[in-house]
Design a protein around this ligand. Structure first.
Ligand code: TNX
Length: 762
């Protein structure tokens, strides 16, 4: 799109939406006219306060960089000024911004309040205020308005897992900048994992010499059990940690370190095997998931952990110290004589109480240092000290339970706030761990569950979203997974109860895309994805209906496999698209100016003599996915990526009769099967095809056997059967499942699934 047009759009959209601030402020009143910045405009900071001055300098810098105006900082001034005005009546994080034609007044009672006023101010400017170079012809101004604002929750956090994948210091700073822009105040830094220990600990150098490196990283999905054979690793030195903590603090963000225990600790055990129950050797983990090897509760293990935490507390001034506590399998404690003796000696009931003993002992240590322990909701198991704060991740129930037990709670439910889950159709999204959390779902989260009493609600300190990085190896992908969903989380944490309106939020998000673009953030445009509805017609044709979030989207499509452009056919909702032959449908969304969006829709439809024709199963139990009645003849062919097209069985056999509804000449038949053994799906043992003219007497045409019992990995194969140009009406297709999963398989002995899709007849 032409640049001038692009910028016109920004102005236009701000005029339409009035305000695009995210998170939405408590109140916003728009007036008439604008405050124009001129070469005479100054910033007035009366107080002798270095930090306030630093905020004024940031404002000065942004204006200088983008439009070259000097914006001197002075002690007084009345007109054509930005004034920092102290107002001690406001709460710590509250602020007001008052823009008139003559001046802009920022009020707050604290530096933090001024910082948020400044963040809001930036969002009132043209999006190009975020540019780091001079923009010719840009005239900066602000709309006359009055904003009063304060957060709903005191805790607004974002977690980043650097254990699975490490991110460079420069990126951590960018991440912190983006959090600050959306008024988050907590950065939860997940620093240790099975797959890597990422923080230098002076007393235990092997933690980073050994524990920071793994032999390889899973390739594709963990279930495929493949590695990339490339050593991976790295860690943050204590100097770098200090640098990041100081940087975050300059953005009014507290950094909460997480040192995982008793589980998710294989990297530490690989470095110091004496802290595991078996004594090792252990190896830094090269697969995702949950490891059975965990810390053994020896006295020496506690000494070690206390030493580590001591160094950590020296680096992080945060009151909260996160000690993990999640996903700790009890196998190694069950098998350990030491643990069994300890359970008896301490009068504990079982290994769950041993977990509680573990956490309580660490809690005492952390509390003795004047800090507060946070842990994932499993720390509730077996009793917990009243001082501890619970971070609820397993749905919302853990948090509700914790609040009832009068523990402070931070809500970060995987059912709403796991930003490592897919945000769009997995078929068109980059690889993710699983799940499905589109922007709308994330936005719909209400942290104060109805079942809590008013008193219990007081224990909910706020919200957090988590970014686990098993499938997120680069900063670009971190950005892709975070944005725009982090904006929804920001609004849940900040904006007033009951003020959320998704449609209106979506419009503000679109305006923020322009800001994120200027900031070089690789945000996802998945909210624009095109969705399809494919229907069969009685004539054996297909009709494809396309839609997206807009009421009247401009969708252009091609049917010849080429990429749609501005000249391609325009989709008309009333008509749909008729498909009469094998076709690859590709569709792309355009904006009014003819700019295309990145996310495309693509599907291959194979119209053939079986398309839309009915079939009857003689035996088909446990049908799985392939939702529609005509899943096998809907023209949509199951592929490795498009898992939803397949029909799956794991009992009985595939035995169906297809009715072509007329006696017609047929040359061949093909049918696809999926082999994806890590997902318990295996190629059939055989395939038999017979034909008939009356539906009762069948003649066998083909019978073949397969043996893919040893084949690992994934494969889609279409089996072809020659029908020799005969005239037939009915075709019977039979296939036996492979049977049981092989001995070497994790699910050995269970039935393998048979996945079949799309019967094609030509
Ligand atoms: C569960 S959430 C975990 C993490 C994984 C995450 C993947 C939590 C406390 N534990 O170790 O990375 O699921 O979504």
């Amino acid at each position: 799109m032409n640049k001038a047009f692009f910028f016109f759009l920004i102005l236009f959209s701000s005029a339409v939406f009035g305000q695009e601030i995210i998170p939405k402020p408590l109140s916003f009143q728009k007036g008439e006219g604008r405050f124009e910045l001129t070469p005479q405009t100054t910033i007035v900071v009366a107080e002798e306060n270095q930090n306030l001055r630093a905020i004024a300098v940031s404002l000065q810098k942004s204006v200088m960089t983008t439009v070259g105006l000097p914006m001197k900082i002075e002690k007084e001034g009345k007109e054509n000024v930005f004034i920092f005005s102290l107002n001690s009546d406001l709460a710590e994080e509250a602020y007001a911004v008052q823009v008139s034609k003559e001046k802009v007044v920022l009020s707050a009672s604290s530096e933090k309040g001024f910082f948020y006023a400044y963040q809001t101010l930036l969002q009132l400017f043209d999006a190009r205020i975020f540019s780091d170079f001079l923009i010719k012809g840009l005239q900066l101004s602000l709309p006359v308005c009055l904003i009063k604002d304060e957060p709903r929750f005191g805790y607004r956090g974002m977690m980043l897992d650097v254990g699975r994948h490490m991110m460079p210091v420069s990126f951590i700073k960018k991440y912190i900048d983006l959090l600050a822009m959306y008024k988050f105040n907590q950065f939860h830094w997940h620093l240790t994992e099975d797959q890597g220990w990422r923080i230098e600990i002076k007393k235990y150098p092997k933690l980073t010499e050994i524990g920071a490196y793994r032999k390889e990283t899973p390739l594709g999905h963990d279930s495929e059990n493949k590695g990339d054979r490339k050593p991976y690793g790295g860690f943050y030195t204590q100097e770098e940690v200090k640098e990041i903590v100081a940087y975050a603090s300059s953005k009014y963000i507290n950094v909460i370190p997480e040192i995982e225990m008793p589980g998710h600790a294989v990297a530490a055990l690989a470095s110091y095997p004496e802290f595991g129950c078996t004594g090792g050797p252990y190896e830094v983990r090269t697969r995702w998931g949950v490891a059975e090897d965990v810390y053994c509760p020896y006295d020496k293990t506690f000494e070690f952990l206390e030493d580590v935490l001591t160094e950590v507390m020296d680096l992080f001034p945060s009151e909260y110290i996160h000690i993990g506590g999640d996903e700790c399998p009890k196998d190694s404690w069950e098998a350990s004589e030491f643990c069994q003796d300890l359970i008896k000696a301490e009068g504990l009931k079982d290994e769950h109480e041993l977990q509680s003993y573990f956490i309580t002992r660490i809690d005492k240590f952390i509390t003795s240092k004047g800090r507060k322990l946070i842990g994932w909701d499993e720390i509730l198991e077996g009793g917990l000290s009243p001082n501890a704060t619970v971070m609820s991740w397993r749905g919302t129930q853990g948090g509700i339970e914790a609040a009832r037990q009068k523990h402070d709670v931070i809500m970060s439910p995987n059912s709403f706030h796991y930003l490592d889950y897919y945000q769009g159709d997995p078929a068109t999204e980059p690889l993710a761990i699983g799940g499905f959390l589109p922007l709308e779902k994330v936005y719909s989260y209400e942290p104060l569950a109805e079942e809590l009493t008013e008193d219990e609600k007081k224990y909910i300190l706020g919200v957090q979203a988590n970014l686990w990085t098993e499938y997120i190896p680069t900063p670009e992908k971190v950005e892709y997974m975070l944005f725009p969903r982090a904006l929804a989380v920001a609004e849940t944490g900040w904006s007033a109860e009951g003020s959320k309106d998704y449609k209106e939020f979506e419009n503000r998000v679109k305006a923020h895309f322009e800001r994120l673009k200027v900031l070089n953030v690789n945000y996802a445009e998945s909210i624009y994805n095109i969705k399809s509805d494919i229907r069969t017609t009685s004539e054996g044709m297909l009709k494809v209906y396309l839609s997206n979030i807009e009421a009247d989207p401009i969708i252009r499509y091609t049917l010849d496999g080429t990429e749609p452009n501005v000249g391609s056919a325009l989709y008309e909702a009333e008509k749909g698209i008729d498909i009469t032959q094998k076709t690859r449908v590709r569709a792309v969304l355009f904006d009014k100016e003819g700019k295309s969006y990145a996310n495309q829709y693509m599907t291959e439809l194979r119209v053939n003599k079986a398309t839309g024709k009915p079939y009857v199963y003689r035996s088909a139990k446990t049908r799985y996915t392939g939702g529609t009645d005509y899943a096998l003849t809907d023209g949509k062919v199951g592929t490795e990526k498009d898992m939803q097209a397949w029909v799956g069985l794991n009992e009985g056999k595939l035995d169906l009769t297809l009715d072509l509804q007329n006696k017609i000449k047929v040359t061949d038949l093909s049918i696809g099967f999926l082999h994806a053994v890590d997902s318990w799906i295996m190629f059939p043992a055989n395939l038999k095809v017979s034909t008939s003219n009356n539906g009762t007497k069948f003649k066998e045409i083909s019978r073949q056997g397969f043996n893919k019992g040893e084949l690992r990995g994934k494969l889609v194969e279409r089996v072809k059967v020659d029908l020799k140009g005969k005239k037939v009406r009915y075709i019977k297709i039979e296939a036996d499942r492979h049977g049981k999963l092989p001995d070497w398989h994790a699910g050995a002995g269970s039935n393998a699934w048979l996945f079949v899709d799309e019967i094609e007849v030509n």
